[in-house]
Ligand binder design. Structure first.
Ligand code: 4AD
Ligand code: MG
Length: 480
């Protein structure tokens, strides 16, 4: 008999038919005469209730049906008398595929804290919460490819190991094949990278943008979607040392086109989740509501998860210049509790996530696109505006998250770009390939980067970025 997944079974409700299911036991309860087994196979948030009359099975088999065990069951589907599910399976055969010693199995049939589950990231997929998170993560990544495919973008795979620092922020992890106990040095006592595998200094990429620009200058519209790495202090609930970034790059597009693309793209993806992940979203929404009940009123979520997602889809994003945003922050009242004073902001300073969230959640009550940032706080490749003080950059701010997207129009004018590189101490000879696109057939072009985990964080309503990537890399953590 062919196995049916629980999702398909619950959707088709084949009452009266005999079916085969396989999965992992979530709970077992019951009496002397009957056992109720909740089985989950990862295909959906729901468990299938399996009813096993004790007289039909050996005591040994039923003893091995414990939380975490893998089992295979054949039985007839019948209408369920209990509430909560429409159908159940009346077991005829139960095979134990893999036992899970209930004395030792770390996942007990009770609610575990997310902190505890992070320590057993290899098993946390088996909880309802993480099942929902990873199914939604999958759906979002599918939606991203779907959006770009429908809109004429080509998926470009940019290198993980690279010789350049795209953001010029120096937050890179080095890559080398050197024997660390015996690093070759030159006469000046400096590391001799000629001896290295690549014959030069290399690092893990911080962004695929520069290479995506090369692709866009021929294919017109490309996007990357791959892992990126930052050796920054990522001990926050919004930062990872290894995260996935989505980076579209478009030729013949200016900053306004870039903002239009980003807004349309984000709305499409969030709507896709609303349309395709209803059960998982409902589970997570309920989970957040239950947690909120334990919290003091002022710490509760101002919107339900569904309301938050609709907030993105239904609102036109507010587009505000950095300069206007600074004025708003300066003129706003300081936070009552004085935990954070919005008045301190000066023109030229980088906004902190508290500022960003204030603008979105308190001031505009809409998703916000901030643009035209001071040149000094942004990367070298951003296009200089006519005021000579600002660059054509934009950040998109979401409630609860702050910056979710960062993008810009790129500096396509060779002389302006090389001047800028001098100011930023970026040697021209290292970037000859990048400058070639400005020498040969240069054209206005723009793009942005979406932090994929920040998107998953937003859509699932989880509160820590470590809980939306399977195996988080943060300072001091690189197990598995
Ligand atoms: O703003 P960032 O640094 O921009 C770039 O890397 C550009 N090259 C993108 C481009 O224009 N193609 O990063 C883009 C986004 C941020 O808005 C944020 O969502 C996410 O990447 N991000 C991180 N996510 C998780 N952990 C980190 N340490 C992150 N750093 C950035
Ligand atoms: Mg940024």
């Amino acid at each position: 008999m062919e196995r049916i997944k629980i999702d398909a079974l619950l959707k088709s409700e084949p009452v009266g038919e005999k079916k085969l299911v396989k999965g992992w036991v979530r709970t077992k309860r019951g009496s002397k005469s009957v056992n109720f087994i909740a089985l989950n196979d990862g295909s959906c948030i729901h468990n299938l209730q399996i009813v096993a009359d004790t007289e039909n099975f050996s005591e040994e088999v039923l003893r091995k049906v414990t939380t975490g065990a893998a089992i295979s069951v054949v039985g007839e589907i019948s209408e369920s008398k209990g509430s909560g599910q429409s159908v159940e399976m009346i077991a005829e055969e139960i095979e134990i595929l893999g036992v899970a010693d209930s004395e030792k199995y770390p996942l007990q049939p009770k609610k575990h804290s997310l902190e505890f589950l992070r320590e057993i990231a290899h098993l946390r997929f088996r909880t309802s919460t993480f099942g929902a998170v990873f199914r939604i993560r999958h759906a979002l990544s599918f939606a991203i490819h779907d959006y770009f495919n429908k809109n004429g973008f080509y998926y470009l795979n940019t290198p993980i190991i690279t010789g350049s620092d795209a953001e010029g922020a120096g937050e890179m992890f080095r890559v080398t094949n050197f024997d660390l106990d015996n690093i070759p040095k030159n006469e000046e006592g400096k590391i001799d990278f000629k001896e290295d595998f690549f014959g030069r200094e290399t690092n893990l990429t911080v962004s695929g943008q520069l290479e995506a620009e090369l692709g866009a200058m021929a294919l017109s519209q490309v996007y990357t979607f791959g892992p990126t790495f930052r050796a920054e202090n990522s001990n926050t609930s919004r930062h990872l040392a290894e995260f996935w970034m989505v980076e579209p790059e478009v030729a013949f597009a200016d900053l306004k086109d870039d903002m239009d693309l980003a807004e349309d793209f984000l709305k499409y993806i969030v709507q896709y989740a609303l349309d395709n992940c209803a059960d998982d979203l409902a589970f997570l929404e309920n989970r957040i509501e239950q947690e909120d009940k334990q919290k003091p009123k002022d710490q509760r979520q101002p919107m339900s998860l569904t309301e938050k997602l609709k907030f993105i889809v239904e609102n036109e994003f507010e587009r505000v210049t950095y300069t206007d945003a600074i004025d708003i922050l300066r003129n706003s009242k300081p936070n009552k509790k004085k935990k954070f004073n919005y008045l301190i902001e000066e023109w030229g300073a980088d906004l902190q996530s508290e500022h960003e969230r204030f603008l979105v959640e308190k001031h505009f009550k809409k998703p916000v696109i901030l643009y035209d940032y001071p040149a000094d706080i942004k990367a070298f490749y951003m296009r200089q505006n006519d005021d000579d003080k600002t660059v054509a950059a934009m950040d998109i701010l979401f409630p609860g998250i702050g910056e979710i997207v960062g993008g810009s129009q790129r500096e396509e004018r060779l002389s302006v770009l090389t001047e800028k590189m001098k100011d930023f101490n970026i040697p021209e000879e290292e970037m000859w390939w990048y400058l070639d696109t400005r020498k040969y057939g240069t054209a206005p072009h723009s793009g942005f980067g979406l932090g994929f985990e920040r998107l998953v964080l937003f859509v699932t309503g989880m509160s820590n970025i470590r809980d939306v990537i399977a195996f988080p890399r943060t300072p001091g953590s690189a197990e598995f």
